[in-house]
Design a protein around this ligand. Structure first.
Ligand code: NDP
Length: 252
């Protein structure tokens, strides 16, 4: 046994939502671990553009809610890097408000981005993984898949993330005997664009921190290390799991 089981040398990863936040931090760490990475989001950022100047990274723009995008991303990964070993199914959006006022347009945006698109992306990635007889999928869920957040109201978001955890378990069951592991990562409050408005709102931030036993928010890099564990051979006997990384948020 050596620490090399945490490395991804020779492996190729597709990371959705790779232009910032948890996805970008994961891409950087995967690169350090020896992987080649294809990143996607609707548009590049300065940071993802700089990263993709390196030969082991590429960026392909796309709206993940377009049914054609998942197949295009898999084709681009195969064309650029010749294989596909790891999917980090990470792109997502948050939205909230009173349940009884949450209109169809907002409901559709949440579900199409956070549930339907990750389903399609995983489905597209399974095919080359089956051909290779191996693969690892890391779906990004959330503590919101377990608890009601407070103080903000967000039934649709929480429902979409609970569904991701269950999709993970049932996919893992289906593909366990064919060399493909499927796990989820459930972050707590992580300092990214998605959560930054709440973190900068003193009242909201106070409630979030008081409900986090560690008393602080998480950093994207702390999610990247969890994703690396799940993606790598270090987790060779782990499938169907949801790894909660939340500073203790859901312990109470
Ligand atoms: P960010 O808002 O920084 O990242 C979201 C990513 O998703 C961006 O890369 C964004 O790119 C991409 N994305 C959103 N919509 C689309 C779309 N229609 N098509 C393609 N890409 C899209 O937030 P995080 O890094 O925090 O979010 C990453 C994941 O982590 C999400 O699934 C989120 O739900 C989850 N999470 C985050 C938590 C937190 O506290 N931050 C807590 C729990 C879970 P672009 O908009 O340019 O397309």
């Amino acid at each position: 046994m050596s620490l090399d089981i945490f490395r991804l040398d020779g492996k190729v990863a597709l990371i959705t939502g790779g232009n910032r936040g948890i996805g970008l931090a994961t891409a950087k760490l995967f690169g350090e671990a020896g992987a080649k990475c294809l990143l996607s989001a609707r548009s590049e950022t300065d940071e993802s553009r700089a990263l993709c100047e390196g030969e082991n990274f590429a960026f392909v723009p796309g709206d993940i809610t377009d049914p054609a995008t998942p197949g295009k991303l898999v084709d681009a990964t195969m064309e650029k890097f010749g294989r596909l070993d790891v999917l980090v199914n990470n792109a997502g959006v948050a939205d909230g408000g009173d349940f009884h006022n949450f209109d169809d347009e907002r409901l559709d945006r949440i579900m199409s981005t956070n549930l339907i698109a990750p389903f399609r992306v995983a489905r597209a990635c399974i095919r080359p993984m089956l051909d290779q007889g191996a693969g690892s999928i890391v779906n990004i869920g959330s503590i919101s898949g377990y608890v009601a957040n407070k103080p903000q109201l967000q039934v649709a978001y929480n429902s979409s993330k609970a569904a991701i955890h269950q999709m993970t378990a049932v996919m893992a069951f289906e593909y366990a005997s064919r060399g493909i592991r499927v796990n989820a990562l459930a972050p707590g409050y992580i300092r990214t664009r998605m959560a930054i408005d709440g973190m900068e709102d003193p009242a909201m931030s106070k409630v979030w921190q008081e409900n986090t036993p560690m008393g602080r928010f998480g950093e994207p890099e702390e999610m990247a290390s969890c994703a690396l564990f799940l993606a790598s051979d270090a987790a060779s006997y782990v499938t169907g799991a949801t790894l909660v990384a939340d500073g203790g948020y859901i312990t109470h």
